[in-house]
Design a protein around this ligand. Structure first.
Ligand code: SF4
Length: 451
């Protein structure tokens, strides 16, 4: 049996029973981001029974018109058809948004959507060409729904307490193996579509976004590919800040002198290229600017991403070796003359230098990017991963530990290792976040007895 398979079997038996308890909806930007990452797959039946294969997912469209440009598809194994792809929440959006009469949409080769009404909704261009349609399903997304379970001991505290410690560790280890395998598979899927460098760039950007800004950071990395940013050289930070929407304040008078100099230098590089990239700007409401530690402010993290781009050959080498100490040291060395001493553009300069990417974030990169990739090719390196100390706990991990272990010292002990945290989070997402019965109908505690 593959490592992690035992947990996978248990999960697949139990989750199917609870999955229908939550209706899922996702905002359009998230759907587009998931599509671009290949999360829905790349082979689909069309609504009229043909088979479509996505040869190229293309790029986010800079111009007015459909969502993705320079894409290529094949229908029923036929030759590549190059053009645009439009993705809408609903098939009827094509007509509602006037695409059928808009010549900018004449180059669309595929219309993807999630919902459709009772009546057939056809997709036609202004020249009356019929465009193949595919209906995507959110069921392909295996992320848990979002309800936040109550922070209180759950029904599994008793069964876990009665289980020999070695078995508890075994359950969590298997859950962690399963989680790392899934993360690795998702990254390799992006690699297959966009190549190894873009995959690594998008994954590291997502990790710099933390949970609350993961989507805007991922969108940024998808919309501004690494290849483009590396070619932009010194303009790369300005493009990142501009497309992030952080350079929309023209009046710099309210800022102190170093901040004015810093922002002006970005703004002067962004301004000549603004028209080219403006359509890609990440919408302001997607950013969560408050409610996190000042060190984690998205603008600081964006500056860190710019430094990763500047040091890309070294970042690539970090992936190849995947050595925790080297990666942590590399992150600690990253420097930016402005952000080394600023939390935000409105905060007073700090006398002491602050790391652009501290140890906690470096550990998150190891857990979410470097080790999932490495373990896929080298499962024997699990022993190294299992020794990786956990970064600071976060609210989700703590709630998970409380629900499963109550005040048992074993819960706190297990939280010290990154691998056990991952196992705990997997159980929490698979069971606690899908439970709508205050533990009463959750079958995880009963299954533990037979582990
Ligand atoms: S929902 Fe299930 S796994 Fe979560 S605490 Fe309750 S019994 Fe345990």
């Amino acid at each position: 049996m593959l490592p992690g398979s035992r947990y996978e079997l248990l999960r697949s038996r139990l989750i199917a029973r609870e999955a229908s308890d939550f209706a899922r909806t996702l905002p359009e930007h998230e759907l587009q981001s998931l599509w671009f990452s290949g999360a829905f797959g790349r082979d689909f039946p069309t609504t009229d029974g043909r088979r479509v294969h996505i040869i190229q997912f293309g790029i986010w469209n800079h111009e007015a018109g459909p969502d993705f440009a320079e894409a290529a598809i094949s229908i029923d194994g036929g030759p590549a058809q190059r053009g645009h792809i439009e993705l809408d929440p609903d098939a009827r959006d094509w007509e509602r948004h006037g695409h059928a009469t808009n010549p900018e949409y004449d180059g669309v080769v595929l219309h993807a959507f999630f919902e459709r009404g009772e009546a057939d909704a056809f997709t036609r261009t202004s020249k009356h060409r019929s465009i193949p349609q595919i209906r995507l399903s959110l069921a392909a997304i295996d992320d848990p729904p979002t309800p936040q379970p109550e922070a209180k001991p759950g029904r599994c505290v008793g069964p876990l307490r009665n289980l020999p410690e070695e078995k508890v560790r075994d359950v969590l280890r298997d859950a962690a193996l399963f989680r790392m395998r899934r993360k690795g598979a998702a990254l390799l899927r992006v690699e297959e579509i966009h190549g190894p460098d873009e995959m690594l760039f998008q994954a590291l950007a997502g990790t710099l976004g933390y949970k609350s800004n993961k989507l805007p950071f991922t969108l940024l990395a998808q919309r501004l590919p690494l290849k483009l940013l590396r070619a932009a050289k010194d303009d790369a930070p300005a493009l990142l800040f501009g497309v992030a929407g952080f350079l929309d304040q023209r009046d710099l008078a309210p800022f102190d002198s170093p901040t004015r100099i810093y922002l002006r230098s970005l703004w002067e590089k962004w301004w000549p290229r603004r028209a080219e990239f403006e359509r890609l700007t990440v919408p302001r409401p997607l950013w969560k600017m408050s409610g996190q530690r000042p060190m984690n402010h998205p603008q600081r993290r964006l500056a860190a991403l710019a430094q990763l781009i500047a040091q890309w050959p070294r970042v690539r080498a970090l992936r190849a070796a995947c050595l925790p100490k080297t990666i942590t040291e590399f992150c600690a060395e990253l420097t930016d003359p402005y952000w080394d001493h600023h939390y935000t553009v409105t905060s007073k300069p700090a006398a002491k230098r602050m790391a652009l990417i501290g140890e906690t974030r470096a550990t998150e990169m190891l857990v979410n990017v470097f080790f999932p990739i490495t373990l896929t090719a080298h499962p024997e390196r699990w022993a190294e991963f299992s020794q990786l100390p956990a970064s600071l706990t976060n609210a989700r991990v703590e709630v998970a530990a409380l629900r499963l272990f109550g005040d048992s010292p074993l819960g706190q002990e297990l939280l010290k290792k990154a691998a056990f945290q991952q196992g705990l989070l997997q159980v929490y997402e698979d069971f606690c976040q899908r439970d709508a019965s205050d533990c009463q109908r959750c079958l995880f505690p009963e299954q533990l007895a037979g582990w």
